[in-house]
Design a protein around this ligand. Structure first.
Ligand SMILES: [Zn+2]
Length: 277
């Protein structure tokens, strides 16, 4: 099993670049299969209406749950009711196992963190180099798992990526994905210092080649048990905590603390049991 935890799919409604125009899986599918990737987590392309974009992604996932899963793209709204409705709709479509927020759309909000906490959904938040914000997220929402893509900076900001490694070491609920990280020494350092349990393989396909991105993980030359964490087990562990229905949110205090279900649950692909982290 190899899970690519970060791949875009569907059409955007912009025309700025590939990221808000089109993410076709035609080549990605062939490339991923040739590389041995067995599962892929899909995210929408940038869109002005993520209800529309998430539905597109849901259609791609439908009937292919063994191969695909998805994170629901969410606008950084301050209206908790609207965030809740957006996430609730995505969860009802099936196949959604997390929330994606991009700082390009605006900074992540408390309302999104509270909804993520209520559902026990991991949040993939692209900070675009603004890694100081991770300090606040990690400490304000210790029950929420935050995955920071590109080791904190798709733009290859060495300072940001170095700072994020420190945060991976210090905060148990902060993770990073490897998509598009070019400085191999930093990937190595992240695994050495924070541990393989904090790193997830992602490709940022279809715009980056999944086989090239996967080769970076192979080149870390890790013991097989650590490699398996990065190539799928970490993601499964984070997603195994998802609640089938959210906890009620208490005004001003976020979610109630009583869990509604066991800390162990089915993973979204095989139904196997994975322990909670
Ligand atoms: Zn991406």
């Amino acid at each position: 099993m190899i899970i690519d935890s970060h791949c875009h799919a569907g059409t955007g409604d912009g025309l700025t670049g590939p990221w808000d125009t089109r993410a076709s899986l035609a080549k990605y599918r062939r490339r991923a299969a040739a590389a041995g990737i067995t599962h892929t987590v899909l995210l929408a392309a940038f869109h002005s209406d993520y209800r529309v974009a998430n539905r597109q992604v849901a259609r791609l996932v439908a009937g292919r749950r063994e191969r695909f899963s998805a994170f629901a793209f969410v606008h950084p709204l301050r209206d908790r009711g609207r965030v809740d409705r957006l996430v609730r709709e995505a969860m009802s479509l099936g196949g959604f196992v997390g929330i994606k927020v991009h700082r390009h759309d605006g900074r992540i909000t408390r309302e999104i963190c509270e909804v993520a906490r209520a559902w026990s959904l991991p949040v993939l938040y692209d900070v675009m180099g603004e890694v100081a914000a991770v300090e606040l997220l990690a400490t304000e929402y210790p029950e929420v798992s935050f995955i920071i893509p590109h080791l904190g900076s798709f733009a290859d900001d060495w300072r940001a990526q170095l700072s994020l490694i420190d945060q991976l070491v210090r905060h148990p609920n902060v993770y990073a994905d490897t998509a598009g990280v070019r400085r191999f020494d930093l990937l190595e350092q992240a695994v050495e210092r924070a541990g393989a349990k904090k790193i997830l393989f992602g490709s940022d396909g279809p715009w980056l080649h999944p086989g090239v991105e996967l080769a970076k993980i192979r080149l870390l030359r890790l013991p097989i048990a650590k490699q398996r964490l990065i190539l799928g087990e970490n993601l499964l562990r984070l997603c195994a905590r998802i609640r089938p229905t959210p906890l009620p949110m208490v005004a001003g205090r976020g979610a109630a603390s009583e869990p509604l279900m066991s800390e162990q649950s089915s993973d979204p692909w095989s139904g196997a049991q994975y322990p909670c982290c």
